[in-house]
Design a binder for this molecule. Structure first.
Ligand SMILES: Cc1cc2nc3c(=O)[nH]c(=O)nc-3n(C[C@H](O)[C@H](O)[C@H](O)COP(=O)(O)OP(=O)(O)OC[C@H]3O[C@@H](n4cnc5c(N)ncnc54)[C@H](O)[C@@H]3O)c2cc1C
Ligand code: FES
Length: 249
């Protein structure tokens, strides 16, 4: 649905990343974990997609966290409290296919954002949050409030586990009991983590990222290849069963 939302707050999380709270009562009521908000940034024709990082139906707010990557996100980082932003949301299929109770959420970089809201709905959630280095770590305290356990990892070892997400997940799976693994982050991270999870016999869900145009399933800009044929990330996903994804395509 399209909703004219109001900016409630915009808070920097580090030098390039922001937390944006929008008053969006209808989207907040409808939002399911892992779904998208497609945001119209003033001055830009195409909407920008962001995973819904959190939603509060009682307060009527949604939270989006974003990193400045180009002109659109740079403009978004300059909005003011009270500004109106048109948002199409909540779009797509999220993590509703999760079957198990004990869920391991694995996020890399900006991929951690949609996992926060998803972690609220798992019976027992563990978060493995992976970053390039300690200066990039964000939202760790937010996850700590929701999850039973959180693990931090950095590629350079400057904080937490020293190594890549798949190596951490291999250790966690060997030492703990999980039913499902949910992953969002760079493609190579999602592929390697899902290989580890599937090899251990766990169900695994990945939130794919493709460039988007319309966000309503019409333009096919966001098509990805799966074992079941072509799928549109915007409305058939962004979350897919990892067994169905063709990583080589
Ligand atoms: C399913 C999904 C969920 C996402 N969730 C988040 C999130 O929670 N937080 C966050 O910081 N970023 C997220 N992104 C990435 C975010 O959409 C892009 O960083 C953003 O659109 C870049 O816009 P720009 O104008 O700054 O960059 P530009 O490069 O100037 O954008 C030019 C065009 O390309 C598109 N584009 C550029 N990079 C991407 C990209 N990586 N993915 C999709 N479209 C892109 C833009 O939307 C725009 O239409 C998500 C992307 C997808 C597909
Ligand atoms: S963005 Fe147009 S079909 Fe997905």
């Amino acid at each position: 649905m399209l909703e004219d939302t109001k900016v409630v707050s915009l808070t920097p999380l580090n030098d390039t990343t922001y937390s944006l709270i929008l008053s969006a009562p209808e989207i907040a009521k409808a939002a399911r974990a892992g779904q998208l908000a497609h945001v119209s940034v003033p001055g830009f024709l195409l909407r920008r997609p962001f995973g819904i990082c959190d939603a509060d139906a009682k307060e009527g707010t949604i939270r989006l966290c974003f990193e400045v990557r180009g002109d659109g996100t740079e403009a978004l980082a300059r909005v003011k409290v009270g500004d109106t932003l048109s948002v199409n949301g909540a779009v797509g299929y999220g993590f509703e296919r999760i079957k198990g109770r004990r869920v391991l959420f694995v996020g890399g970089g900006i991929g951690i954002f949609p996992l926060l809201y998803a972690a609220r709905f798992a019976g027992e959630s563990t978060a493995a949050l992976c970053f390039r280095d300690k200066s990039r770590v964000v939202l760790a305290q937010d996850f700590a409030k929701i999850c039973k356990e959180i693990f931090l990892a950095t590629d350079d070892g400057s904080l937490g586990f020293h190594g890549y997400a798949a190596d951490l997940v291999r250790e966690l799976i060997a030492e703990h009991e999980y039913d499902d693994v949910c992953v969002c982050g760079p493609k190579i991270m999602m592929q390697t983590v899902s290989e580890v999870a599937l090899a251990a016999g766990l169900d695994c869900y990945v939130s794919l990222e493709e460039r988007m145009g319309c966000g309503v399933g019409a333009c096919l800009a966001c098509v990805c290849q799966t074992m079941l044929g072509q799928k549109r990330v915007c409305i058939d996903g962004p979350v897919f069963d990892a067994k169905e994804v063709r990583w080589d395509a």
